[in-house]
Write a protein that binds this ligand. Structure first.
Ligand SMILES: Nc1ccn([C@@H]2O[C@H](COP(=O)(O)OP(=O)(O)OP(=O)(O)O)[C@@H](O)[C@H]2O)c(=O)n1
Ligand SMILES: C[C@](O)(CO)[C@H](O)COP(=O)(O)O
Length: 259
């Protein structure tokens, strides 16, 4: 299995790799079960427009100009099957490693597979298969321009209430209404200086398990995180209705490309 950076060979004005290896890599955690999507194969392997969601996510990130290497973190017992799947879809250059029981475990295992030359790491959910390459490049650019941690995000459109959670199913008392103008819904890819992300995953491994994103772990180190504009089509496929939306977005793209 090759991880030669020339596998994503420069074309046009795409940034060329230097001779020592890739400088920017994407880690794609794809080891989740997809419980909220309902029974079936692991979420990353479910089809969208006839192609596994993971293949869409790999293509979407590999297409970005900044990206020189893609590492996929497969379900713990599914790495050989994912390797075969990616080969069948013409993606033999992608590195595949087995994942862990939590998203943070999986990201950590993906990071461990990166060559030493990688300085910028993007972490992108396989469950966000339709992210535009402009979003990927904007995140990578912000890291290369000096931000240690960058997240794409969109303004929140609903009013959000803070509540006291209850486990008995009774009505939850509202404890506050945060100022919506200061809230952002966070997406992926999230981009990091590699050292910063690696330190977060090393130092915070036990406590980090509750973190729902990588930037949240980096914040706990006291490192500044900045937001760049996200994209509506970078939404996460989490519940069945998200899959309906994803199919519609993909169909619209394909119809557009046909003209
Ligand atoms: N042990 C895990 C859990 C999640 N992920 C990945 O993290 C991303 C975001 O997670 P989420 O959408 O929450 O996926 P699942 O954990 O699969 O969803 P669910 O909670 O519904 O089971 C997904 O690409 C998922 O494959 C992972 O690599 N390893
Ligand atoms: C990073 C993330 O996409 C933030 O939305 C994350 O994967 C979310 O996972 P969750 O299980 O939906 O909290």
């Amino acid at each position: 299995m090759s991880i030669d950076s020339t596998d994503f060979a420069p074309s046009g004005d795409r940034r060329a790799s230097d001779e020592t290896g890739p400088g920017t890599a994407v880690v794609i955690p794809a080891a989740g079960k997809g419980v909220r999507l309902g029974p079936g194969a692991p979420k990353a392997l479910r089809e969208l427009g006839g192609t596994p969601m993971l293949v869409h996510a790999v293509r979407a990130t590999a297409r970005a100009r900044a990206v020189e290497l893609v590492v996929v973190v497969a379900p713990p017992d599914g790495a050989p099957a994912v390797r075969t799947l990616l080969d069948e879809h013409g993606l033999p250059e992608v590195v595949v490693v087995p994942g862990g029981q939590t998203r943070q475990d999986s990201v950590r295992l993906g990071l461990a597979a990166l060559p030493d030359t990688v300085e910028t790491v993007l972490v992108h959910d396989a469950a966000r298969p339709l992210v535009p390459d402009e979003t990927v490049d904007a995140v990578a650019r912000a890291v290369r321009e000096g931000a240690p941690a960058v997240v794409p995000a969109l303004p929140v459109t609903d009013t959000v209430k803070q509540v006291e959670t209850r486990t008995d199913g009774g009505p939850e008392p509202v404890t506050g209404t945060p100022d919506r103008a200061r809230l952002r819904a966070v997406q992926t890819p999230q981009g990091f200086a590699r050292k910063v992300l690696a330190e977060a995953h090393t130092r915070l491994a036990p406590q980090g398990e509750g973190a729902t994103d990588d930037a949240g772990m980096v914040e706990r180190l006291g490192v500044d995180v900045v937001v760049v504009p996200g994209h509506e089509e970078a939404f996460k496929v989490t519940r069945p209705l998200d899959l309906v939306l994803a199919e519609a977005v993909l169909a619209r793209r394909r119809a557009h490309d046909a003209f």
